[in-house]
Write a protein that binds this ligand. Sequence first.
Ligand code: AMP
Ligand code: MG
Length: 538
Amino acid sequence: MLNLRFDNTFVRELPGDPQPGNRRRQVHGALFSRVEPTPVAAPRLVAHSPEVAALLDIPEDTVRSRRFAEVFGGNALVEGMQPYAANYGGHQFGNWAGQLGDGRAISLGETINSRGERWELQLKGAGATPYARSADGRAVLRSSIREFLCSEAMFHLGVPTTRALSLVATGELVERDMFYDGRPRMEPGAVVCRVAPSFIRFGNFELPASRGDHGLLDRLIDFTIRRDFPELDSRRGLPSSAIAGGGNDRLRGVDGTVRAEWFAQVCERTAVMVAHWMRVGFVHGVMNTDNMSILGLTIDYGPYGWIDNFDLDWTPNTTDAGSRRYRFGYQPQVAHWNLGRLASAIAPSFGSLEPLHAGMARFEKAFIEADGRNMAAKLGLAALGPGDEALVEALHALLAAAQMDMTIFFRALARLDLANPATTPFGEAFYDEAKRRELEPALMSWLRRYAERARCGGLAPERRVQAMNAANPKYVLRNYLAQQAIDRAAEGDPEGIHELLDVMRRPYDEQPGREAFAARRPEWARDRAGCSMLSCSS
Ligand code: AMP
Ligand code: MG
């Protein structure tokens, strides 16, 4: 039995679209539209996350039941679910794009687990909504596998993220022009159930702001603070029981200092999230403001990618290939820019601009701190000190010039003999033999410089390896690994997904026998679709 308890605050407390159905439309004065998932032909569970099932108190035998696939494929609702699609806007590639909304994501409700935690369940690919514009509301298996696996891989890497409960094949085909070359083909469809405390995005605030609907904006801000930032809300003396409760108290505006602290926290969380991306070599690929979570969670796994050979200029997204707005090394700046769009949107709800400027400054401070902490851990130093910035910059330049694998390099660095540095631990990190020969002397001189620094200001030897291995994953969801799992699944074999998920559950452990999952990208994958760059087609 699927026993879930729901407390659907978003649809209960915020204004919804009075018009039913999924006819495409502009929706004014409302933050969501009630819409049900469109049933699919033959829902079949392909994979699930045991950790997320446990989080929701769903037993394993229930996960394997027919009912589970029916519910999480969009064919049945559990009592208490009140499905809706959220209405939001966003800046896409730097331009205001107007109303976007959940075009194919349908939230089922906010479930409360046995620990009292709130987890919203959301199906992606569950059919058209009023926000689907000209698209079909569906998702293909390949992109769903990528979203499912990466959500969980990121969680286990310690990166703030939305989670994924399940991956259900629909038994239906979806038409997609994967290469944008005018030759669409039919692909298997799937539905992922995403799970997060909140799916509110920067774009949820931007849309009412863009329409001058300040009343709606105010309500959304207050709601977000009450539900998603309870520690802030309780600071103004409101008992937390009133948060889940109801009544007129809920509609009272929160005061200016709480709003200021809220925005500062959004900035801080966003900074910490992006610093983690830089630590593990994750490139989101579509950092539009509609893809930025108010909780600082990584959200909307589309044409994302992982750094193989270190390259701050790399973007995984073919649509981004021209301007490279969403390239690896530019992610902190884009996050800052996106926070600026959020700040402009919410400004009418703030008495002055000062707290917004202060929040933006908090982003910079928090990013520098988090990035510094991460880099110190990656290098096995107690903390970064004066002169270390130059050491890190020299390393980045070297890794890029030598085209070395980021993950393999950092993991190997813990094995460096500080008393007697040598390049031997790094052989596996090179993609190009000529580059290796050319840059080995430069690597050697950097290693000497680093070893000297680590000997005097570093951690004790046992602590050092431990701290470094906890910051430098051995396993990341390399693009080619995900693609191999996708290729196998397309031929009817889901084992590749299960195995990869299992590897990614312990990314910092050695996992003897699974070294192949830590190998650098093979030559065949260098320019293959899905293994190097991806289109937004999903
Ligand atoms: P994304 O680039 O995936 O963040 O999507 C941008 C907007 O397009 C969002 O409003 C999505 O919900 C919507 N969208 C993307 N793909 C589809 C689809 N297949 N059907 C309906 N809406 C979609
Ligand atoms: Mg999106």
